[in-house]
Design a protein around this ligand. Structure first.
Ligand code: NAD
Length: 484
């Protein structure tokens, strides 16, 4: 099936408001993971294209964009949000075809992208400094200023949502952005940039250079004229990006995934918990940084939870993104190999349930059936490592102390949730769980663009989403005036 008509050439980069071929004229094939066919060719940008994007971003800061008021930036973002909403169906189809994401989930991501623009559009003129009482004869105040040129390295799993939270916040604060989308999925990044252009974002305020991580990504993270880097992806690449930015003493926001637990206590309302226990693990075929891949259950409810989750698993269907099943394919054969490798490593674990791949799903698609596994050893590799596929382990615990020890016993700390009616336990665990977000009797709060998001430990550092991101995408200047 061919792609819908696009208002730009997908083999081009957007630099200074103009779509143009990468300087070396090279392209990369983009594949549809639902059937393995080639979707289109995208640009293979290299360091010379990143150089052009960074210098045009700096020119925008020195020109029209740098003089655009907070109010006007907010209006532009709001207009981008409106245009995103008008294009939800096209964006959803592009994301579904490109990422292999079921259409309903892709549509929700497009709406979330619009929501980021609305939220940040409204926030643009509401972030301000303060006055500070100081010595007699002084007036002291702080100014919130943009970093300058910001680099955004985005993965393939949630392009629209990650662009919304990172590029959206950066533009709100008056930075000029250079975006390097993932080579596996970048159509909605291109479409978003075109929408932003149509909405009146001045030339050079947002530039997009697709390309390989080791080429365009490395060139962006090591560029001496970039003043902030936002990265979402693997721990290994995040560490490389931080090292490269560190050489230029540039701040980095890293969002690196996790091994997020849900803790089900003896007094949990299982009926309420059940959809969250399963959906948080299998959404986007488990390729979610905040996927809940560990379900920790009090021993008194263990069998009940396993039985209830198993019957949901057995009803799950897996098929092409446009068929809108519960799960689509994984992003690529490479990712499928990683996940099936984990399943082999977990061959000693008892399988509680496996979902079904539709019999007519193309054999050339990157499908993996969702697996629910029983695991009594919290140190098992499948209970410790991020799988990034539709695999959840259910681990029993003895008491509150045991639950906390297991929950905190990985290198990660992105999201955790607690299912209990006991208020004191809720408060105690909310404080003691090592996690950037803790949810009580829910998981994920429907995405929550307003809620600061980010990790501790190997899940990364820095916060995106909400107002907190606006502080991260700006720098504080203190002005001390002595007037006597
Ligand atoms: P990755 O971290 O290598 O890629 C993410 C982004 O970084 C892409 O845009 C890529 O082009 C870029 N990149 C790659 N090498 C780079 C470099 N040297 N310098 C700068 N940028 C570079 O992830 P991947 O290879 O696509 O996936 C591998 C694993 O990473 C997955 O199995 C999963 O565990 C994890 N992952 C996590 C997230 C998340 O949301 N936290 C997203 C994608 C992948």
């Amino acid at each position: 099936m061919s792609l819908p008509d696009l208002p730009f050439n997908p083999a081009h980069c957007l630099i200074s408001g103009t779509w143009r071929a990468p300087q070396a004229g090279e392209t990369i094939a983009l594949f549809d993971p639902s059937d393995g066919t080639e979707l289109t060719q995208i640009a293979r940008g290299r360091s010379e294209d990143i150089d052009a994007a960074v210098s045009t971003a700096q020119a925008a800061l020195d020109g029209v964009w740098g003089k655009t008021t907070a109010l006007e930036r907010g209006r532009i973002l709001t207009r981008i949000g409106q245009l995103v909403l008008e294009n939800v169906e096209l964006l959803a189809e592009l994301e579904a075809r490109d990422v292999g994401k079921p259409l309903t989930q892709a549509r929700a991501d497009a709406v979330a992208l619009a929501r980021y623009m609305e939220f940040y559009g409204g926030a643009a003129d509401k972030v301000h400094g303060e006055t500070i009482p100081y010595l007699d004869g002084y007036t002291v105040y702080t100014l919130r200023e943009p970093h300058g040129v910001t680099g955004h390295i985005v993965p393939w799993n949630y392009p629209m949502q990650i662009i919304g939270r990172s590029v959206g916040a950066a533009l709100t604060m008056g930075n000029a952005a250079v975006l390097k989308p993932a080579e596996e999925a970048c159509l909605t990044a291109l479409m978003f940039a075109d929408i932003a252009r149509q909405a009146g974002l001045p030339d050079g305020a947002l530039n997009v250079v697709p390309g390989l991580g080791a080429e365009a990504g490395a060139a962006l993270s090591s560029h001496t004229d970039v003043q902030h880097i936002s990265f979402t992806g693997s721990v290994r690449t995040g560490a490389l990006v931080q090292q490269a930015a560190g050489a230029n003493v540039v701040p980095v926001t890293l969002e690196l995934g996790g091994k997020s637990p849900q803790l089900v206590f003896e007094d949990a309302n299982l009926e309420e918990a059940l959809p969250f226990l399963v959906n948080a693990g299998i959404q986007n075929a488990g390729q979610t940084c905040s996927a809940s891949s560990r379900i920790l259950v009090h021993k008194s409810r263990y069998d009940e939870v396993v039985t209830a989750m198993s019957s949901r698993y057995e009803a799950l269907s897996v098929g092409p993104a446009m068929d809108d099943c519960n799960l689509g394919p994984l992003i690529s054969d490479r990712q499928k190999d990683i996940v099936t490798g984990f399943l082999k490593q977990g061959a000693d674990l008892q399988i509680a349930a496996v979902g079904k791949i539709k019999s007519d799903a193309p054999k050339t698609g990157a499908y993996v059936a969702p697996h629910l596994l029983l695991c009594s050893d919290p140190d098992h590799p499948l209970a410790q490592q991020e799988i990034f596929g539709p695999v959840q382990v259910v681990i029993p615990f003895e008491d509150d102390a045991d639950a906390l020890k297991i929950a905190n016993g990985t290198d990660y700390g992105l999201v955790a949730s607690i299912w209990t009616q006991n208020g004191a336990r809720q408060m105690r665990l909310a404080k003691t769980l090592k996690s950037g977000q803790v949810f009580i009797n829910n998981y994920g709060a429907g995405g929550g663009v307003e809620l600061p998001f980010g990790g501790v430990g190997k899940s990364g550092h820095g916060r995106e989403k909400g107002f907190e991101a606006l502080y991260g995408f700006s720098t504080l200047k203190t002005v001390a005036a002595k007037h006597g």
